[in-house]
Design a protein around this ligand. Structure first.
Ligand code: DC
Length: 239
């Protein structure tokens, strides 16, 4: 994979940073930190698919059943807003930020995101956001499909075992672990990786011109530094 060629990019004064990577790779945490340092918005596209997954769960629809999901899309509105710089996701006008991080919704999001009509609906929203302003957008297909002309592209990953451990600690801290073991979480991560990487439309894969960062043995600070260095903004860390 080659480094981003910054000389061939046009940006009209807008900074566009695209980040892809698998579940729990730390990409959203890093994107959030970098966006705050750059004073630009962070768009977490996974939240949009999670909102769609939540809607299917609420409607009792199988998120993998395209024939059932398509009619649901006509009556589904997903949008985002920002409160104190943080993204909030709205499903049919309701702020569902606090409801989309469960294992049930994670699995539903992964299944529903494989359906082309769902992706088409969210693609326009994602591209429109990037037309208007500087941003960091993260997801699975941002470098490859949504913003292929982004000035800066990254693929942020970590081993499945490390990602399971991070997720386990996160759930323990939040008190949402329930009966889940680390092995359950590892299996869930592997299932999602498989589905996200092997679907027909916009599968997760590193863009050829993305900078690859394996965060398995890196701290969040180290990853943030690596991203800022690529952006030529390492000095921001010392302000
Ligand atoms: O990043 P996340 O775990 O919140 O994403 C939830 C699901 O949404 C993920 O399993 C795959 C899907 N997704 C996608 O297909 N494309 C994106 N750009 C972002 C997420």
């Amino acid at each position: 994979m080659k480094q981003t060629d910054k000389t061939t990019c046009t940006d009209n004064g807008i900074i566009t940073v695209a980040i892809d990577g698998p579940a729990s790779s730390g990409k959203s945490t890093v994107a959030k930190r970098v966006s705050a340092l750059l004073n630009i918005i962070h768009v977490d596209t996974g939240a949009m698919y999670r909102a769609m997954g939540l809607k299917a769960v609420r409607c009792g629809i199988d998120p993998a059943d395209e024939a059932a999901v398509v009619p649901m899309l006509d009556t589904t509105d997903v949008s985002i807003g920002f409160v104190d710089g943080a993204q909030h996701i709205f499903l049919d006008g309701e702020d569902v930020n606090a409801l989309i991080r469960t294992e049930e919704v994670s699995q539903a999001a992964s299944k529903i995101s494989a359906l082309p009509p769902v992706r088409d609906k969210l693609l326009d929203l994602q591209r429109d956001l990037a037309k208007k302003q500087s941003l960091i957008m993260d997801g699975r297909d941002i470098c490859t499909v949504v913003l292929p002309d982004a000035k800066y592209k990254f693929y942020i990953s970590a081993s499945a075992e490390v990602r399971a451990e991070r997720r386990f600690l996160e759930y323990s801290d939040k008190g949402t672990l329930g009966d889940l073991t680390i092995e359950d979480i590892l299996q869930e991560i592997k299932q999602r990786d498989y589905r996200d990487m092997n679907r027909e439309v916009a599968p997760l894969r590193p863009a050829e011109d993305a900078v690859f960062i394996d965060t398995s043995y890196m701290t969040v600070d180290e990853v943030v530094s690596a991203v800022l260095a690529e952006l030529g903004m390492a000095s921001l860390l010392h302000i």
